[in-house]
Design a protein around this ligand. Sequence first.
Ligand code: ZN
Length: 197
Amino acid sequence: MGGSGSGRPWGLGASKCEDHSSIDLAWLNRQGILKRYGWTTITWSRGGEKTGSIQVKAEQRGLRLSYRTRDWGGEWEPIEELIPFSYSATNFDGRRRWFRCPSCGRDCRVLYGGKVYRCRRCYGLKYQSQYEPGFGRALSQAQKIREKLGGYLCVDDPFPPRPRYMHWKTYRRLKAKEAKLAQRYTLGLCARFGILL
Ligand SMILES: [Zn+2]
């Protein structure tokens, strides 16, 4: 098992953010990993070369992560952490599962790895001063839309539900716009770190 690296898991072609070692709950679900008993190894690669890996295990309360990490030139340090699941109601089949970020307590779908795995908001805060103006603006525009709907400001959080006074058409338009802005922000964030494929 390697350390925490950059790249994307094999087969995660649709992932928006390609530079971090990210863990996408929807991807885990599609791979059947959430229903599997025992540990699964996820590997990230770039240009055909393995850049990192992590072991995950779905438990009732959350996703258990096991990996090694080290500071530049330092000793390898084993880390094991349980990222709790949380659930929200959906219109159709009852409930949707999220990661609950251990640092800020918000629901998110994607965890980003550095030394620990956290939501994009927590991960991004660390680097906020380095944001390029272009994609920083995309983020604030996306947040403005969320604010208007009275929802979570983090673009990785669930999109806010439609306020009762708002037409579906308007709501869907805002949702699509927000998704585009959030993607621009993510791509900018990736490019900022210079590790795009
Ligand atoms: Zn967080």
